[in-house]
Design a protein around this ligand. Structure first.
Ligand code: NAD
Length: 340
């Protein structure tokens, strides 16, 4: 397979962790006989985080996140955000959760709807006749939007422990009632092999802290997913370990979903240029890209195993070293490459 990938290294630690991720990508593809081309007309985008103090004085619309990331999401109609919440058994000490609650670590995925709901519905702020001020956000969902993200959750669950937890607020919100109906019908009709649970958002926020290991695939709408996926990231320890994929309606030349793959964290200006950043999130984003945009499951798994092996052998950047001996970005990247 000839893979065309647009590589956008981003700002601050972005280029540092990308420099560790590209050799891993080149090596795994070379070993399995695939070829790689970096180009603009691509099958997928490998993205480094953007933003930082350098641009803080720019008007909000011109700041890197708003001016580059959001237009990319919009342009490519990236409606599904797939965020693995992985806390390796060896890294339990990096989680704020008591170790006895997560003896085997955490291995879950949060699937968040990314282009609908409250963030995209009609908004207004009006001064009323009596001088009071009223602001309105509108939460809108269509059946078709819920169906397509449910399909992403089904495909994800099938490759895992076959369990989806739908998070909603169906006791209060009309949109949640529709979500519950559409997801239940879709799973029943198309995926009888998948177990579907439903949970209210308030309970899910508690359960994620109380018993995070109970979750396999979390499926939820945009705003709930925004909040829950960050809670999940905290439960799973360092942002430096958290990869993410944003998948769209478009297909690439190989027939797989066009996607954007990036670390879940930002550009970490506090540690930039010091060879301290953990490259694992960027490297695990490469694995997600191979899995979702190219169907290369064995290659994706090889990268994930190389990361696990490196960490199991005690080679760790400062964010996951729990105060112990730490290596730099370059050494960590090279160690993962050597274990592929
Ligand atoms: P951040 O995620 O950059 O940093 C939060 C903390 O996590 C910092 O202490 C940082 O050192 C640490 N951290 C993050 N990634 C790490 C890694 N790979 N290895 C080790 N430690 C890591 O969040 P922030 O400081 O709020 O944001 C910094 C900039 O990044 C801002 O300009 C923000 O807008 C931008 N940002 C961009 C994206 C994106 O491009 N998708 C996402 C979030 C934030």
């Amino acid at each position: 397979m000839h893979l065309k990938i647009a590589v956008l290294p981003g700002d601050y630690i972005g280029p540092e962790v990308m420099a560790a991720a590209i050799p891993v990508l080149e090596s795994v593809l070379k070993k399995s006989g695939h070829t790689l081309e970096a180009c603009r007309a691509a099958d997928a985008i490998l993205f480094g985080s953007v933003g930082g103090p350098k641009w803080e004085k720019l008007p909000p619309k011109e700041q890197p996140e708003r001016a580059s990331l959001l237009p990319l999401r919009k342009h490519f109609r990236l409606y599904a955000n797939v965020r693995p919440g992985l806390l390796l058994k060896n890294l339990i000490d990096t989680s704020p959760i008591r170790p006895d609650r997560i003896p085997n670590g955490v291995d879950m995925v949060c699937i968040r709807e990314l282009t609908g709901g409250l963030y995209f519905g009609a908004k207004s702020t009006t001064t009323l006749a009596d001088g009071d001020i009223e602001a309105i956000d509108t939460m809108v969902y269509r059946k078709s939007e819920i169906e397509r993200i449910t399909d992403v959750a089904i495909a994800t669950a099938r490759a895992r422990r076959k369990q989806i937890t739908l998070v909603d607020k169906a006791n209060v919100l009309e949109t949640s009632v529709l979500w519950r109906r559409v997801v239940s019908e879709r799973v029943k009709a198309n995926a009888p092999d998948i177990a579907l649970n439903v949970m209210y958002i308030d309970n899910a926020a508690m359960q994620l802290v109380l018993k995070p290991a109970q979750f396999d695939v979390l499926l939820t709408e945009n705003m709930f997913g925004d909040i829950l996926s960050d809670e999940m990231a905290v439960v799973c320890g360092s942002l430096g370990m958290m990869a993410s994929a944003s998948l769209g309606a478009n297909r690439n030349q190989h027939g797989y979903g066009y996607g954007l793959y990036e670390p879940s964290g930002g550009t970490a200006p506090d540690i930039a240029g010091q060879d301290k950043a953990n490259p694992c999130a960027q490297i695990l984003s490469v694995a997600l890209m191979l899995r979702h945009s190219f169907g290369l499951e064995a290659e994706a798994k090889a990268i994930e195993l190389a990361v696990e092996k490196t960490i199991a052998e005690g080679i760790r950047t400062a964010d996951i070293a729990a105060g112990g001996k730490a290596v730099g970005t370059k050494t960590m990247g090279a160690a993962i490459l050597a274990r592929l």
